[in-house]
Write a protein of this length. Structure first.
Length: 254
């Protein structure tokens, strides 16, 4: 098993061993923005990502997120299956498919990446490619473009501690046949959810939660997407100002 280490890599590097944690330093001076939003970020007119997300502006360059969220972390979700010993299978971060042609089988790989800063910002992205590393890099770029801000609080009637350790209310969402329900939990409960869902919730900054899933939950792509859609609903719900103090919701993360 490869030990987790921190290394510095350049933009032209293609092969990175599995199990190695990669630390990339964003070069703001060498960045040439292609959109008006990117030019405003580089010029210093926009200094907080909330100025973009609160106005509903679409992020078209991943460098915008790299510039405004320097402490962003990423993790890969087990969405595929590889051959194991004695004819069995084991979970893998690569989902492999094949296309039959006259020249033979052409394999394709896809991966699912989750990014977040463990403080209310999270995003997911799916990348596909003929090789594994380009698929992962594409998924990482898409995850940064899909980043959202979620609302946290203390919505559990068993707790009432007024700290942002869980979600403020119960939400439910679906993707395909998969349904998931997220329920606020008191402090000390931890993340009572499926292992891959825990990766998404922890990067979003949630520490305690209950969850309930139904449908074909073994399809991790739909399961993660359903959980991400449920987190989106937290920011779409309007809450009266007098309820913030009662429920312990942090208004700054709304």
């Amino acid at each position: 098993m490869v030990d987790e280490i921190n290394i510095q890599v350049s933009k032209t590097e293609e092969e990175v061993p599995l199990g190695v944690k990669v630390t990339r330093e964003f070069d703001k001076e060498g960045w040439q923005p292609k959109t008006e939003l990117g030019r405003k970020v580089k010029a210093g007119e926009i200094t907080n990502i909330d100025q973009i997300l609160d106005r509903g502006l679409k992020i078209l360059e991943p460098q915008i997120v790299d510039c405004l969220l320097s402490n962003l972390e990423s993790d890969l979700i087990m969405v595929g299956q590889s051959k194991g010993k004695f004819g069995g299978g084991k979970r893998s971060i690569w989902r492999q498919t094949q296309k039959k042609t006259a020249e033979g089988n052409k394999p394709s790989f896809s991966s699912l990446v989750v990014v977040g800063n463990r403080n209310g910002y999270v995003g997911i992205g799916i990348g596909k490619g003929r090789e594994t590393m380009p698929a992962r890099e594409k998924a990482l770029r898409k995850a940064k473009l899909n980043i959202i801000k979620i609302r946290r609080g203390c919505g559990s009637w068993e707790c009432g501690c007024a700290t942002p350790h869980t979600i403020p209310l119960k939400v439910e969402a679906r993707c395909g046949s998969v349904r998931i329900k997220l329920i606020p939990a008191p402090q000390g409960t931890n993340l009572s959810a499926e292992k891959e869902i825990v990766k998404l919730l922890s990067l979003a900054g949630i520490k305690d939660i209950y969850s309930k899933g139904s449908g074909q939950t073994r399809t991790k792509l739909n399961f993660i997407t359903a959980c991400f859609n449920a987190l989106k609903k937290l920011s779409g719900v309007k809450i009266k100002p007098e309820y913030y103090k009662k429920a312990g919701i942090v208004e700054g993360l709304a």
